[in-house]
Design a protein around this ligand. Structure first.
Ligand SMILES: [Ca+2]
Ligand SMILES: [Ca+2]
Ligand SMILES: [Ca+2]
Ligand SMILES: [Zn+2]
Length: 339
């Protein structure tokens, strides 16, 4: 069942969505420097490696282009990385402070990852709002999320629903040097905000991973398009993949339900079934309508939903946007064995 708004039309939502991002009164801005989404995808150089976090980019006129100047928005004040949607609580290195010229750091400085986390989570939330969530549709995760950049042994990042914050690790390439790792973790935060404690089973966990990969791709493509958008975490994955292109995972794989489920079940691997369905919806309907349907449907998921039930909920949500949209969403799930 849809939880809200059966009378909304696609046209009305899209028009309203284009006007939806209005920063709260008093929100400050400051210049920042980031990767967008990451140097491998941005520069199209698959041979880049971490080199122990050294800044070998700045001295190279070609690699230097990976540092992008942006405006950090929604800050509580221009002095620190705390704002409407993110509060950076770094456990590694000094907290980033505005140098006077803004938050301009390079990858060898711990503050660079803090700026990345602030910028990309804010961009992800603004993208979601641009679809109408928080104006014509209920808000989705429109709150301040805490982010920790943490020096611990493993190469991993995670979202803790009990603390409603995100931790980004520093194994291999620092996780927060890749926007798609940051937005993947934010994807878990989004789903937890929509359905408390989402992802308690093998199927729902796989949906969580598949959606988070998909959100990383669609936000990355909206903010900083690259030639191979289906590749997730092109830069972070240079630390642990040998095949080219380097991708943590892709959202355009061919896995089919149920025979391609991993045995024993593994949420990230099985999530590739779900992310491919979402990718196909995007290919058929365009990013903005697809993402509106995909995110809207998640309000109807239960914490322990199955892929079949969640596909059914998403097909129902698409019905609000007309028969053609519903047909495309049905086809995307049918191609995966989920409808
Ligand atoms: Ca770094
Ligand atoms: Ca890493
Ligand atoms: Ca990518
Ligand atoms: Zn995940």
């Amino acid at each position: 069942m849809l939880r809200f708004g059966p009378r909304a039309t696609a046209g009305a939502l899209l028009i309203a969505g284009a006007l939806a991002v209005a920063p709260p009164a008093g929100a400050a801005t400051a210049p920042g420097q980031v990767f967008a989404p990451n140097p491998v995808a941005d520069l199209g150089i698959q041979t880049l490696t971490d080199q122990k976090d050294v800044d070998y980019f700045s001295a190279d006129p070609n690699l230097r282009r990976a540092y992008r100047r942006v405006t950090l928005t929604d800050l509580a004040s221009p002095a620190a990385l705390s704002g409407t949607y993110v509060a950076v609580k770094s456990d590694t290195g000094p907290a980033a402070a505005n140098t006077g010229a803004g938050f301009i750091f390079t990858r060898d400085q711990d503050q660079f990852e803090q700026v990345m986390a602030y910028y990309w989570i804010t961009q992800a939330q603004r993208y979601i709002q641009s679809l109408g969530f928080g104006s014509t549709l209920p808000a989705v995760n429109r709150r301040q999320v805490g982010v920790r950049i943490n020096q611990f042994g493993g190469d991993n990042s995670f979202f803790r629903d009990t603390k409603t914050d995100i931790t980004l690790g520093k194994g291999g390439v620092d996780d927060a040097e890749d926007a798609e790792v940051i937005v993947h973790e934010y994807g878990h935060s989004v789903q937890d905000a929509q359905v408390a404690s989402f992802g308690t089973t093998a199927d729902s966990g796989a949906i969580g991973e598949g959606f988070s990969d998909y959100l990383a791709v669609t936000v990355s493509a909206a903010v900083a398009p690259t030639p191979d958008p289906a590749c997730v975490a092109d830069w972070d994955s240079t630390s642990y993949t040998s095949t080219v292109p380097h991708c943590l995972r892709r959202v355009d794989g061919t896995k089919h339900y149920p025979e391609d489920l991993r045995s024993p079940r593994e949420v990230h691997a099985d999530g590739e079934i779900w992310s491919r369905a979402l990718w196909d919806i995007r290919q058929a309907l365009g990013a903005r309508l697809a993402d509106t349907i995909i995110i809207r449907a998640q309000f109807d998921f239960t914490a322990d939903t199955t892929m079949l039930a969640a596909a059914s909920d998403t097909i129902a949500a698409a019905g609000v946007y007309g028969r053609a949209a519903q047909k495309a969403v049905t086809a995307a799930f049918a191609a995966r064995g989920l409808a």
